[in-house]
Design a protein around this ligand. Sequence first.
Ligand code: URA
Length: 234
Amino acid sequence: MTINLKNQNDILNLENFNSNEIEYIFNDKPINRLKTKLQLEDKKKLLLELKNEIENIDNCELKNNATQLVFADGNIESKIMVIGEGPGQKEDEQGKPFVGDAGLLLNKMLDAIQIKRNDIYITNVVNYRPPNNRKPEPSEINRYSNFLRKHILIIDPKILILMGSTAMESLFGSKIKISKERGVWKNLIIHNKTYLTMITFHPAYLLRQAEQKKYSWADLKQIRKKIDELRISV
Ligand code: URA
């Protein structure tokens, strides 16, 4: 017997209802109760492989000038993935994304829509600090976008939040302007998978241009609304 659920939200609702350990499959066939756990192990393994792949990048000015790789932070099982531009000085020192001033503002922005930072997954377009915090070159954005796409496929979020024009360019190309593209839901397609994506301003930009915060707030409210619609637990 198979139980027909009305829509995807019902499935998500049931997932939220119970533990993370067991995957609910609604039919009479035997259930592999270890499935979710193995998937988590697979995810960890794939992330480690990706990290090693980035660490082994050759002829990269970013890597050659940085202290260390800044891979990611947060919950690898999260349904929400945030992508910034690249590590700054503090991130380079600590090996973690968004731990400096922009990170503090990011935490406040998440707080404002009742999202705990530890419940989401955060990474950057480039994983090594650009010298003097320069913007990554188009060739670097392009090169690292292959890693980023793999990263997204492994995390497999329900909502992708691109912070700033570099994240937007990395995944949607350089011919568009963030002022026109932010604030609307877009579909990002990677290998036949579609990711619901919101482009919004980068916190570092908001620190310089406080008058833009009203747009950022509008985007954050839309993100919260979508989280509630999809019944994502954060
Ligand atoms: N800005 C980013 O885009 N990423 C960081 O990790 C820190 C600042």
